[in-house]
Each structure stands twice: as C-alpha cells, then as structure tokens.
Unconditional design. Structure first.
Lengths: 219, 289
C-alpha cells in the first residue's frame, strides 16, 4: 500500500513538474512575443554561463538536501513555489513535529504536503493581494520604511528562534553541537557563508553529536 | 503606459498564479484524502492546515516587501511573478544584475529598454529551472533510499527519532548561527559621474563588494525573545492542557518577537539598535570582472 501511494505522488509530481516547466518558459516567451523583441544570442551566451555556474550547482545540493526532509509531495510543490529555506522548509518541519509524525513515512508525507500546499496558497494570495491592492499606490513602501519595518526586517530570527525553541525541551543535548559548530565556523572561517551551505556542516555536527550521546547512553 | 506594468503583464502574472494555486490545491486534496485513509484524525489535519496558514503570514509579508526592492528597476509585475514561482530575492537580484551587466547598466535605474527587460526575464527563468529538470530523475531515487534507511532504524525507535531530529536541528541551527554572527555581501557596479558603469580595456566591469547586512545586537535580541516566548507558551500549553492553543504557539511567539523588534527600535538608544558586528554599507573591495 505504502509503495502505491509514493508511486502515485511521484507520477503526479512529475506531471505537475513538467507543467511548471512549460508555464515558466512561457513567461519570457509571452513577454518577448508581446513586446516584439527577443534577446540577442550573444547577450544570453555571456549571461547564462555565469548564472548557471552558480545556481545549477546549488540546485543539485538543494534537491539532495530538501527531498529527504520534505518528502516527495512537499518537494515537488516547494521547488515550484520557491522560498524554500525561509518558509516551506520550516513550515513542513514544524507541521510534522506537531503532528508527531516522521519524514519519509506515509503519515509524514501527508502532513508535510498539507502544510506546504497551504503555505504556498497563503503566500501566493498574500503577495497577489498586496501587489494588486497596494502596489500601484506605493503604500507597500511602508513595509520597508514605515514604523513596522523592523518587524519584517527581523522576521528570520523570530521565525528560527521560535522553531529552535520547539526542540529545546525535548532535544537540548542534540542542539549543543550544531549550535557551537555553526557559530564557531562563521566566526573563524567564513562569516558570509549562507545558511544553505552552513546547513551541511551543522547537520553533520548534529548527527555526530547524536552518535556520541547514543554511545554514552546520554540520549 | 510603462510596458513593465501593462495589462498584458498583469494577465501573465494571473495565469502563473492560477497554475501555482491549482498545483497546491491538487496536492492538498490528494494528501487530505490519503490522510483520512491512513486514519489521521480530522482534528490533526485541520490543525495542520490552520497552523500552517497562520505560520506563513509573517514570512509571506516579508516576501511581499522584497517585491518592492526589485520593483524600482523592473516594475512590480515581473518581481511579483518571479517571487510566486521558484524565486527568492537573492537569486532574482543576482540574475537581473548579471543580465544588466551585459550592457553596463545597474538595478539602481528603471529598465526602459524592452530588449533588456526581455533578456532579464529569460535570464531569471533559465537560471532557476534546474531543480525542475533534476526532480523527475532524482526525487524517486532519493526518497526510496532514505525511506529504506529510516524504516531500518525503527528497530531502535529512540535512536532513529534522534537521528531524524538531528537533521532538522542541524538545519535550524544553521539559520540560528547566522543570526548570531554573520554578514552578507553584495556586488554592485561602480558608476561614474554620469551614472554609467566603468569598463576596462578587457571589457570587464568595475564592481564593488559592499556589506549589505549583518547580525548584531538586534538580531540576537529578537532571537532570544522568540526562544523565550516559545518556551513560555510551550510550558503554559502543557501545564494548563491547552491543546487547542499548542499549534499556534509558534506563530504567536514569532509575531511577539517581531513586535519586540519594533519596541526595541523605538525604546533602545540608536547606537544599540544599529549595532551590528560588521558595519552595513562598508565597501570591501573593488574588482574588475
């Protein structure tokens, strides 16, 4: 039964994935057709290698990291809707933790997909309403310049602080190694390292920490 | 009318949004149906939906705020489309700037040449589609491999749980560490007095690396507030058996910490509010590339 469901998810995922590729490619095609101009080949040949060198490599890393964490349904959906590390990933992780299910079980797959689809719908609606209602008037500037600006400037520490606290009561011992290693790495090696790369180091630190704790029977 | 914000552009945006919503609703319906078949309680499914929606509000508004950053150069519609599919601010900014480099232009000015605009739309799209090309080949293989490993470790439930918790915690701690000590750098073109990019004999453009963001006292304070609020809510929920409140503890803690950011900004001395480990705006180096 389990194999059945995951197989179906992959089938749906691949079909929607192809649909998304076609939709995405239609955007520049539509713009060019409408404007009656097309990019010159030499400009794209100069621009694309620089971008692909950076982002196609990152894509491989992201797919390998996020698929096991989000499950296939959540992953197919997240990679189309974007904003994974700052929204879809924490949303999926939190939902699975709350429902007390584990990733890569069928229950985990269902909960993670529900959380990510609701998150994708909410985000799309909020951005659309924001742009349509306030975009033309220029009042969106309030988000970056008004008195509420600090709230949105610090949305990431607020988000990850509350997410981390959810683990403190249950797994505080497991948190020590990745926390210390993460901060020391940024301090001594590279303070500009992005969370997407740093993640590999902190995950390894956390897993090594668990192995040591397990061996010492302190888990 | 500005071609970047014509009714046609809005129509393209609405079509893209219809696709994203359709895919999300499809997966939502399928997984809800499967959840019921698996015997997951109606309450759990409902709670997952409501708490995920509440959780999303604040980050979504901050994504909306990033649309504005790009709207100056590209109009509001293209950034809107891009941040609704695949996109994120860092990528879209880099893609647009890399494309504009070709003409020695900068994101600081509004793009008025349709050809440049069209090229930017191609650059943004082609650069970001890699995951969609990889997923059909990799997703199934990865899931099967990981699924098998997880099911094996079920023999010792506690250890298995700790390993999967360790992966989650590792990710969260990467973000937490960055709020404690880090900075971000962005490259932009150096402009001459007439506002044009400076190009050397080899055709390379002069760029300057500038610190555009840094962790500091405020990010640490907000982080601590979020942790404390969440712990308090967690303990209160458990002590008074407030199971209905539990799923909202995290969004509430997040909003409260964001509220504290506004409060700190207004009450703390400016020197503390603006304290960062690395001074924002510092120019690090100029390079031709």
């Amino acid at each position: 039964m389990q194999k059945d469901y995951f197989d179906r998810v992959h089938k749906w995922g691949i079909l929607w994935n192809i649909g998304a590729l076609v939709t995405l490619l239609c955007i520049p095609v539509a713009i060019c057709t409408h404007l009656g101009v097309w990019p010159e080949l030499d400009s794209l040949l100069s621009i694309m290698p620089k971008l692909m060198g950076l982002y196609w490599l990152t894509a491989i890393v992201e797919v390998i990291t996020y698929v096991p964490l989000l499950g296939p349904g959540g992953a197919y959906l997240s990679f189309v809707t974007g904003n994974i590390s700052n929204l879809k990933l924490p949303c999926g992780l939190k939902a699975m933790e709350q429902a007390k299910v584990r990733a890569n079980t069928e229950e985990g797959e269902v909960i993670s997909t529900i959380a990510i689809s609701i998150s994708a719908i909410t985000t799309t609606v909020i951005i659309a309403v924001g742009v349509l209602a306030f975009g033309a008037t220029g009042s969106l500037q309030l988000l970056t310049e008004g008195s509420l600006a600090p709230a949105f400037e610090y949305v990431l520490p607020a988000l990850f602080g509350s997410l981390a606290a959810g683990y403190i009561l249950k797994h505080w011992k497991v948190m020590i190694a990745p926390f210390v290693v993460g901060v020391l790495f940024l301090y001594f090696v590279d303070p500009t390292m992005g969370a997407g790369t740093l993640m590999f180091i902190t995950i390894v630190a956390a897993v090594i920490g668990v192995l040591i704790l397990n061996k010492a029977n302190k888990l | 009318m500005d071609f970047k914000e014509s009714p046609f552009m809005y129509a393209v945006a609405l079509a893209v949004i219809a696709f994203v919503i359709a895919q999300s609703v499809f997966f939502l319906v399928k997984s809800l149906k499967r959840g019921k078949e698996l015997g997951i309680s109606k309450e759990t499914l409902k709670t997952t939906m409501i708490s995920s929606a509440v959780f999303t509000v604040a980050p979504a508004i901050s994504i909306l705020a990033t649309v504005i950053v790009l709207a100056n150069a590209l109009g509001i519609v293209l950034p809107w489309i891009r941040l609704s599919v695949i996109g994120n601010l860092a990528y879209e900014t880099t893609a647009a700037q890399t494309a504009l480099d070709f003409w020695g232009e900068s994101l600081k000015h509004s793009v008025s040449d349709p050809q440049q605009f069209a090229t930017i739309s191609w650059a943004m799209t082609l650069g970001s589609i890699a995951p969609l090309l990889l997923l059909p080949f990799l997703c199934k293989k990865l899931q099967k491999k990981i699924g098998a490993t997880v099911n094996k470790s079920e023999k010792s439930q506690k250890f298995g749980d700790a390993i999967s918790a360790a992966a989650f915690i590792g990710i969260v701690m990467a973000f937490v560490s960055r709020e404690i000590y880090s900075y971000t750098v962005q490259k932009s073109n150096v402009l001459d007095a007439a506002g044009n990019s400076i190009v050397n004999e080899a055709g390379q453009i002069l760029k300057v690396k500038t610190i555009t963001g840094s962790a500091g006292l405020m990010s640490i304070l907000v982080l601590i507030c979020a942790v404390v609020f969440m712990l308090i809510l967690d303990i209160v929920c458990k002590k008074f058996k407030l199971t209905k409140l539990e799923p909202f503890a995290m969004p509430i803690a997040m909003f409260a910490a964001m509220g504290m950011a506004v409060l700190f900004t207004n009450v703390l001395p400016e020197s503390l509010v603006n304290h960062t480990w690395f001074e924002i705006g510092t120019e690090l180096a100029q390079i031709y590339e």
